[in-house]
Design a protein around this ligand. Sequence first.
Ligand SMILES: NC(=O)C1=CN([C@@H]2O[C@H](COP(=O)(O)OP(=O)(O)OC[C@H]3O[C@@H](n4cnc5c(N)ncnc54)[C@H](OP(=O)(O)O)[C@@H]3O)[C@@H](O)[C@H]2O)C=CC1
Ligand SMILES: N[C@@H](CC=O)C(=O)O
Ligand code: NA
Length: 341
Amino acid sequence: MVKVNIGIIGVGLVGSELISQLTAHIANNSSPKFSIVALKNSSKQLLSNSTYTSLNLSNWKTTLQTQGLASNLLTFVDYLSNSPTPTIIIDNTSSSEIASQYPLFIKKGLHIVTPNKKAFSEDIEYYKEILKEAEKNKRYLLHESTVGAGLPVINTLNDLIGTDDKIIKIEGIFSGTLSYIFNEFSSLNDDTKKKFSEIVKEPDPRDDLNGLDVARKVVILGRIAGLDLSLNTLPIENIIPEPLRNLTSSSEFLSRLSEFDPHFDNLNQTAKNNNKVLRYVGVIDLAHGEQSVKLVSLPSTHPFSSLKGSDNIIAFTTQRFPNPLIIQGAGAGAAVTAFDL
Ligand SMILES: NC(=O)C1=CN([C@@H]2O[C@H](COP(=O)(O)OP(=O)(O)OC[C@H]3O[C@@H](n4cnc5c(N)ncnc54)[C@H](OP(=O)(O)O)[C@@H]3O)[C@@H](O)[C@H]2O)C=CC1
Ligand SMILES: N[C@@H](CC=O)C(=O)O
Ligand code: NA
């Protein structure tokens, strides 16, 4: 069996978890399928030797810090590209700079796997170019965990399209963070009465609250479904109160959010009065050519209303599935993202 070599860029929450999962797989298998031969973050990198033996990862954080060389993407990529066996580069960053180098990675013979949404949701011409390069060079460019973390969202959509089903609508709760916030804040049978600002305790939830994270996921799915969607033209509801939008400090943002609790209480109460709950939803309506990313009120009987924790839910309405095919489960968090890389 040919062993696959892996180079990991980005060793934060998801990257660290990926290293744990892969090292456990390697330790538990007499003939493991993978070797991790290179690691890097934004300042340091570790490369294995010229025979591509697996790095010793027992104490990799300290090793990277103390023995790592200065980070250099070209050296990193060249090292991987000289590997005699198939090699995957896993981009666990949210960096546009790294995402802009995918054509280089592919030309150097590397396969790409990534949860980084940038390459798939920004410039459409660039997106088309990387798909073309991957196809031309017969390299994998896999990004299932860009939408719904490890939930099989992109694979399902590709499967439906690849078998000639007609996609009518894709709608969902695509942000684990916003799912958690509104599941806690807006429910018809809650007695907790927590304030919006008390629930929003993420280190920096602003890319979720401003709608951009959900918008990226909507663009990614829309493009796979054949639409030329762009973040610039998609209507995106930013639910960050206007006076807090330009704050640079995350802690100031979190501490001032309570000033706007009455605003969110009003929205919640209006929904409740109509037997509804608040949910932040992304919609790609292919039948009507409409897309939206916004806060909506949904009746208590709607499948999105009974979501728990930080689960995502994605409903595909298609010719074959007029009653939507629904995928639901944890859609954020390192463990449920890393396993699908
Ligand atoms: N966390 C989650 O639940 C989910 C995350 N994702 C996606 O996974 C990706 C990783 O997320 P997460 O692990 O939470 O992020 P973190 O911020 O925890 O980690 C990011 C890592 O990327 C490194 N990095 C950033 N820029 C560069 C660069 N230019 N060159 C090399 N390394 C770089 C950072 O290094 P340094 O520390 O040195 O800056 C760090 O190691 C993101 O794209 C995110 O959107 C997707 C689904 C769910
Ligand atoms: N911020 C995202 C995680 C990455 O996609 C979420 O909360 O779902
Ligand atoms: Na997914």
